[in-house]
Design a protein around this ligand. Sequence first.
Ligand SMILES: Cc1cc2nc3c(=O)[nH]c(=O)nc-3n(C[C@H](O)[C@H](O)[C@H](O)COP(=O)(O)OP(=O)(O)OC[C@H]3O[C@@H](n4cnc5c(N)ncnc54)[C@H](O)[C@@H]3O)c2cc1C
Length: 469
Amino acid sequence: MSGIFELTELKDRIIIAGGGLVGGVAAAMLADKGHQIDLYELRDDPRNENAAAGRSINLSLSHRGMRSLRQIGMEEECLANGVKMPARMIHKVSGETYEVPYGRTKEHFILSISRLRLNQMILTAAEKRENVNLHFNHRITDVDLSGTLKFSDKPDASGDVLIGADGAYSKVRSKMARGVFDFSQTYIPHGYKELVMDKAENGDWRLPKNYLHIWPRGQFMMIALPNLDGSFTCTLFLPFEMFKTIETQESGIAFMEEHFPDSISIFGRDNLMKQFGPGTTPGLPMISVKTSPHSVDNTVIVGDAAHAIVPFYGQGMNAGMEDIAVLMDTYAKHNDLKSAIKEYGVFRPKDAHAIADLAMYNYIEMRDLVTSNWFLFRRSLDRLLATVLPGSVIPLYEMVVFRPQMGYSNAIERNKKQSTMIDWTLAAAATASLAFALKKLTREGTLSSLQFDKLSIGSAQDFVSSLLK
Ligand SMILES: Cc1cc2nc3c(=O)[nH]c(=O)nc-3n(C[C@H](O)[C@H](O)[C@H](O)COP(=O)(O)OP(=O)(O)OC[C@H]3O[C@@H](n4cnc5c(N)ncnc54)[C@H](O)[C@@H]3O)c2cc1C
């Protein structure tokens, strides 16, 4: 009798719905605690030939996701399979570019990685644990929250604990929603469409490689993430109304010429043209889902099943993988999985809601604010203050992306306090400078004392409020 078998005899048997990015991590992590795991996935094994990439070709992996992947021994493998992006590169309509770093140290980078490759690696890591069984081509049609999955054409599967990692349109969540359960979903009025920028003839990347490229255009934008093979995956984020105007090859290329003129020669006109028109992927929807609690009975939902978010903070998968690490921390505290699930299900929604809100906000930042001088000034100031006042000021992006030890909701709270403090300091500094300048003018006789009294108060107030806008 193997050691693992002895252990699993005593431990809750776990069934997992969904073998995507989060389900696979859950399988590996819980297997390491000695549980017997059976994971059920709708699709064929993505490690087979001709597997589809899924909802996006690549995505950005950062510290929260990496924390969980490190725990299952995958950090090195991920780094070897990704491209580091320590900064964004902003492309203006004029073709000029500038960079905005993501953080302040060399550890502050996000990693561009293929979704398919990552999913394959996670499943392989899970399967290496002898107490994990993966079952593909299993379509879940119904769920019993005491721990049973029902399939379209296969016998039921039961366990002591059920983990719902079946994505944004989760069957497990649907079943939970029939009870005492808060649920909201929002489709944003924008869709996304991926475009492939092939590698250059010499095999090189056609844009500087170690950046997340952004073409912000106010109400819409395009981004590009590098792939290991020299290509870039670009994504257009547009209002659906706008997608309707670019349904032909001609209108697609005309749109690109008007708004992203520098990209035409980089894509190659013919290559780009082929990616518009009949038969190509249209604009796809993006959904944001909030739920509470995340557990009912013996069942817990994780990843997109619990909190699908819009992709503008690059945190959906990261938050989902973090769910599992947080669940394991709770488990370590209780030493009992069912108690851990109960507690986790009540406290985790706060952080899930926080990242859903942050992701919505970041859409405006990425497509619009990132071009404003005030925004760029504040970003530089935040970085400067974080360097001269370490521990007192931490930029929001850094808290959200690079500080897994801080919950998303704490990051929002702390940022509010910091922003108020910085705004007041700026306002005080602006008022003092203005008063000084006016006084100087008065001394020099340019303004009379009377004018100064009237002007200084009103102008300083206007100036300060214009700064804070
Ligand atoms: C365009 C786009 C870009 C994104 N970019 C990023 C990014 O850069 N960084 C980031 O962190 N996140 C990103 N995300 C979010 C990320 O894709 C998700 O948060 C992540 O995939 C969630 O993983 P999951 O395992 O919870 O769900 P999924 O990856 O959706 O996996 C769910 C699994 O459940 C299976 N399943 C579903 N229904 C059933 C059923 N009835 N029976 C059996 N199995 C079922 C599915 O086949 C799937 O394999 C992006 C999302 C989009 C749309």
